[in-house]
Write a protein that binds this ligand. Structure first.
Ligand code: XMP
Length: 527
């Protein structure tokens, strides 16, 4: 096990992923978590992440007292990255000062030691490009430490104390800009710490199935809210493997789904996955509650509340049928959701610092008093897709673009979604656009694509007639995880074709526009 202590760097998750990509299980915990929360863990390596602070700032986060003794007792090697290195140096009696030079972005560093744990033998003079991002720098090393690399400007870039098993990198080896960063992490884990690459997704599957079998009693029924997305589908399929048809999946048609979404998703569930799914048509219920509502947050809250109502009713019905109230709810929570729910230490940010209240059916359990089964809660999205493959979920399904819980309600910004035929117009335009992307072979290259309908009337001329119609916005992004995103650059011909097809086939649209904003400053959804 590799333990990653998070001090608030935007790259902490990336460290966790890089370690897993090397075949080693890594877990990320808050850097300031009490020592008692680590009881029972015996990491072979600990990585202290970077962070936005200066070690001298008041309230700068630090590992709990006794942490270095805990690491030593476990026999762990400790690697500090950026802020993590400065923290290590400071707590061992070295000195960190505000640097005369600030180093941000691509830099060159040069190995200065003939023999080094992090860089191997005979590396003196080797140069590599790395990604730096620091204002402070280490100016005096604690006793017994050695400098093994410096930036070309002379700042200390890498240090080690082999006997005590302490190492530090001033740059970020986890980002791809650090050209040899992955190799340095590989050397640290395998050669220095002696860890074996034996973590496989199949192990997660076997272990989770075993856990679920022992947790859920043999007469227990479990419910699962299926959104039609990858995460809930993989979670449901895994739990179905463990407990069979005592799993009851529910797919809710909330009236905010895409074109033929219900039919497509139900057909995959029934024919390909053989999952026991009940489809509940609650579209009237949702839409009547949304009538007249234009406020974005309000829409999200209403959708969340109605989901709870539908599931409560389903749980009640199941109780009548089986004589026992279901106690468990399956959720497709992923690891980033778990990490994000603990704000970066010292950031002064709480999770209530909400940009928009995301919810899928994930908002359910508190009110429903159900216990949670979250078999994916240690996995990243790409790992979930691999797990889905092992579970024989069709590739085409696993590659589906994300779709938000509140559905098309958040794609008619500041509009009453029940007004006129806005929802239907949006469905048709979106279908033409996404189908064109599939036909052009671009679906898998693009991370997410969809149409947005602006609920305003604009003037057009169609068939010599003056028309009033809605503008439709086309959006397509590339991204790793939806946290940041760039807009996708289509060829002119593709855009011209789609624009023509939408205006010619979707009654009510006389204008097609393209979004060319990254995230940030925009978010992916328009509200
Ligand atoms: P934003 O709009 O926050 O979106 O930049 C990032 C990613 O999350 C999806 N999204 C949601 N997913 N429930 C969900 O399950 C939600 O309420 C929700 N809002 C946004 C969005 O489609 C994008 O992939």
């Amino acid at each position: 096990l590799v333990l990653i202590l998070d001090f608030g760097s935007q790259y902490t998750q990336l460290i966790t992923r890089r370690v897993r990509q090397l075949g080693v299980l890594s877990l990320c915990v808050s850097g300031t978590a009490p020592l008692s929360s680590l009881t029972g863990l015996r990491p072979r390596a600990v990585i202290l992440s970077g962070g936005p602070h200066s070690v001298h700032a008041s309230g700068a986060p630090s590992f709990p007292e006794g942490f270095l003794d805990f690491a030593a007792e476990a026999g762990a090697h400790v690697l500090g990255v950026c802020y993590g290195m400065q923290l290590l140096v400071q707590s061992l009696g070295g000195a960190v000062e505000a640097g005369e030079r600030q180093e941000y972005g691509d830099m060159e560093v040069e190995t200065t030691a003939t023999s080094s744990a992090l860089y191997g033998e005979n590396g003196v003079g080797n140069r590599q490009s790395v990604w730096m991002s620091h204002g402070d720098e280490v100016v005096r090393l604690p006793q017994g430490f050695e400098v093994v690399a410096r930036s070309v400007q002379g700042a200390i870039a890498a240090i080690e104390h082999r006997e005590k098993r302490f190492y530090g990198l001033q740059y970020h080896p986890e980002v791809t800009h650090s050209t040899q960063g992955k190799e340095t992490l590989r050397r640290f884990l395998f050669d220095v710490c002696g860890i074996k690459a034996d973590w496989k997704i199949q192990d997660v599957l076997d272990e989770e199935i075993k856990n679920i079998k022992s947790m859920v009693g043999t007469d227990e029924h479990v419910i699962c809210a299926l959104s039609g997305g990858v995460d809930s589908t993989v979670a449901a399929t895994l739990v179905h493997n463990a407990i069979g048809d005592r799993l009851h999946c529910v797919f809710v048609d909330n009236g905010l789904l895409r074109y033929k979404e219900k039919e497509r998703v139900m057909s995959t569930f029934n024919s390909d996955l053989h999952l026991p799914v009940t489809c509940i048509d609650a579209s009237e219920q949702f839409l009547s509650k949304l009538k007249g509502v234009k406020d974005p947050e309000m829409k999200r809250k209403i959708v969340g509340k109605e989901f709870i109502a539908v599931f409560d009713e389903f749980a009640h019905m199941l109780e009548q049928q089986t004589g026992k109230r279901p106690e468990y709810l399956v959720q497709g929570t992923l690891y980033p959701d778990v990490i994000e729910s603990c704000p970066p230490p010292g950031s002064g940010m709480t999770h209530s610092h909400t940009i928009k209240s995301h919810h899928n059916v994930g908002g359910l359990p508190e009110d429903m008093k159900l216990k949670l089964i979250e078999p994916l809660k240690l996995l990243f999205k790409d790992e979930v897709r691999k797990l889905g493959s092992i579970l024989n979920i069709p590739e085409s399904f696993l590659k589906r673009h994300p779709f938000p819980g509140p559905g098309l309600a958040v794609r008619i910004p500041s509009g009453d979604v029940t007004e006129g035929n806005a929802l239907e117009v949006l469905r048709q335009a979106d279908e033409i656009y996404v189908q064109a992307i599939r036909d052009a072979g671009l679906y898998d290259t693009i991370w997410q694509a969809f149409a947005v309908l602006l609920p305003v009337e604009t003037v057009g001329v169609q068939g010599d007639q003056r028309t009033y119609g809605y503008p439709v916005i086309l959006k397509a992004i590339t991204s790793e995880d939806g946290m940041t995103a760039d807009w996708y650059y289509f060829e002119r011909k593709f855009l011209a074709d789609v624009s023509n097809r939408i205006c010619n086939n979707v009654r009510g649209v006389n204008r097609v526009c393209l979004e060319i904003t990254s995230k940030p400053p925009a978010t992916v959804e328009w509200e």
